[in-house]
Structure formats: C-alpha cells, structure tokens
Design a protein around this ligand. Structure first.
Ligand code: ATP
Length: 217
C-alpha cells in the first residue's frame, strides 16, 4: 500500500483519489473548498481543508513522507506553481502535476517535477487511437514503440485455434494471456480455442500490432 496525497479535489483530482482508494492505497485529499473536503471525507483515508499556497499550512501536512503528491489544481496556475515550489523545498520525492498551459509546463519542467500531465490532450490522443482500432479496448504504451493491447475476440473467430489466427514468429506479436469470463490463461497454447467475447492481451511493436489488426476485426 502506497501513500498518496491529492491536492485539489476537482473532477480530475477526486477521480484520481477515488481510484487510488479502490486500489487499496492510502489517500490524503486536500482542497480549500470545505464542501469538496466534506464530500470526500468519508471516501478517502483523510481529507483536509488547506490553502496549499500557505507554506506553513502545507508543511503541517507532512507531505515529505508520501510516496507521490499529485497537484491537481485546475485554473489557478499561480497557486499550482507556488505549491510545487513549497513541496520541492520540503523535499517531497515524487511530484506529479496536472498542467493546463505550455508556459506552466515549461516552468514545471524547470522545477524538476517527476511528471507533468495534460489530461485533455492525453485523453484526446488515447481516444483517437482507440477509435482508429475499434477492436482495441485498451492499451498501454511501454515506450520505444512497444505496446500491450487488449482486444475482444470477434464472433467470426469463434471456435478457431489461436495458431490459425496468429503466428508469433511471422506476426511478431506475443500473446500474453486470454481471458474467458473470470478465468485467465497465461501464455496460451497455440491450440487454444478462441471464443467470441474472450479478451486477448498482446504485446508487440505498434507496427506489428497494426499489421495483424485486419485479421482480428
Ligand atoms: P475540471 O473539473 O475541469 O477537470 P479540475 O478538476 O482540474 O478541472 P478544478 O475543478 O478547478 O480543476 O479543481 C481544482 C481544485 O483545486 C478545486 O477544487 C479548488 O478548490 C482546488 N484549489 C485551488 N486552489 C487551491 C489552493 N490554493 N489550495 C488547495 N486547493 C486549491
């Protein structure tokens, strides 16, 4: 279990905080808005009303002991940057920040935060990529063009063996697992029978995954 602090409980910050709670982590939520703090008080490990531009108030939260502090202050760029400067001065090891503008990004990069998130842009790219390959439910980019993708087996592949659809050598993709309802088969055998609606999780280069896409629709 890791310890996270989420500063700013707007739509983005609260969604991140609640998801981390679901994953079993400890989450401190911080906001100046008492209504929001009240709203999430029962759903988070701890929720505190504080203005994070106030160095003393921020220091009292003891954030240097947290694994990650996520600054999710929306439009108030100045408050976001002041908060990050304070967090840096306390020696908080890992700071993630939601950014909205290019200038804010440049300053955050100079301040040396661990990760700068542009949710709208990142989500837009993700949605476009999924839209262009509608059979892809979800994917993770591992960098250098490597991807893990999850695909739903289409009805026309029902009853076929894995080997008749994909050849790991010529197709250059690895089948990591197949999920049938609640059971998961890791490194499935080439003779594994595919069933419509099963989930196939593949690993490979984007170019290889793109070229096998027509076989899977
Ligand atoms: P959206 O709802 O568009 O996704 P968001 O969740 O990123 O936006 P806001 O709704 O603006 O952004 O939420 C930012 C939160 O940060 C607000 O709840 C606001 O009260 C809080 N906040 C702003 N300034 C401070 C501050 N100085 N200290 C603590 N919390 C702050």
């Amino acid at each position: 279990m890791a310890q996270f602090a989420i500063i700013g409980l707007g739509r983005f910050g609260s969604a991140a905080a609640l998801e981390l709670m679901k994953m079993g982590h400890s989450v401190l939520g911080v906001d100046t808005n008492p209504k929001l703090v009240d709203k999430y008080a029962d759903q988070l490990s701890r929720a505190v009303i504080a203005d994070v531009t106030d160095k003393l108030a921020l220091e009292e939260l003891g954030l240097d002991n947290f694994d990650v502090v996520l600054v999710a202050i929306g439009d108030d760029i100045e408050a976001c940057l002041v908060c990050v400067v304070h967090l840096k001065s306390f020696g908080v090891p890992t700071i993630w920040v939601k950014a909205t503008t290019h200038t804010q990004h440049l300053i955050l990069a100079k301040l040396g935060v661990s990760r700068i998130i542009h949710p709208e842009e990142e989500m837009g790219i993700r949605v476009a990529q999924i839209l262009s390959y509608p059979m892809v439910n979800d994917y993770i980019s591992l960098g250098n063009g490597d991807f893990v993708v999850e695909i739903t087996i289409s009805p026309h592949l029902d009853g076929q063996t894995l080997a008749s659809v994909l050849d790991p050598h010529t197709d250059n993709v690895n089948v990591l697992l197949i999920k049938h309802r609640s059971s998961t088969t890791l490194n499935p055998d080439p003779q594994h029978i595919l069933q419509a609606k099963d989930l196939l999780v593949l690993f490979g280069q984007l170019s290889a995954l793109r070229s096998i896409a027509p076989k899977l629709v």
